[in-house]
Design a protein around this ligand. Sequence first.
Ligand code: AMP
Length: 195
Amino acid sequence: MFRVLLLAPPGAGKGTQGSMLSERFGIPHLATGDLFRHHIEEATPVGVEAKAYVDAGELVPDELVTDLVLGSLDTDPPLSEYILDGFPRTLPQARVAFEWARSTGRTFTAVIMLEVPVGELVTRLIDRGRESGRSDDSIDVIHHRLHEYGTRTAPLIEFYESRGILHRVDGTGSIEDVAQRIDVELANAGFASSS
Ligand code: AMP
């Protein structure tokens, strides 16, 4: 079963690779950053609560995140396969996600970790900020987001490595090269795309 988590620092290409993976394998893709940006734009109660955290480059509190994400995955009928991008991002979120997945028989089958040197991440995020005007792609906020990743998300690497489902992928080079490396890792894990 194709239940894949993309784990990577900001700017590593999770969003781009997540939507391409979704197309190649025909599996729904849930990006929590997009979900929050949508709620903020629509000024929903979740969006109003999350806005200050997202704008400051801080992680949104775990409880708000887990309720929102697991709620989106609890569809009727339940999604048996999915690509998660940006969740879980802290150990408490990972534990809640694991309990949820275990209780519904839908634990992650592979975690793809994209590796990109920090200098390149900063350059990519600054360039993206210029093009998209994303409020959290300014230099101070970028540094804060990278710090949040290093202190709060990086411990997930060990969490998934110890479960034997972590696949490290070089995230540098062209989008197509990275997509091909992901496909090789997924093929090693028993998943072949149709294209
Ligand atoms: P992203 O688009 O994945 O870089 O996410 C943008 C922002 O959304 C992050 O900087 C956080 O403020 C928030 N966010 C997204 N996913 C999570 C998560 N799993 N836990 C906490 N905050 C999150």
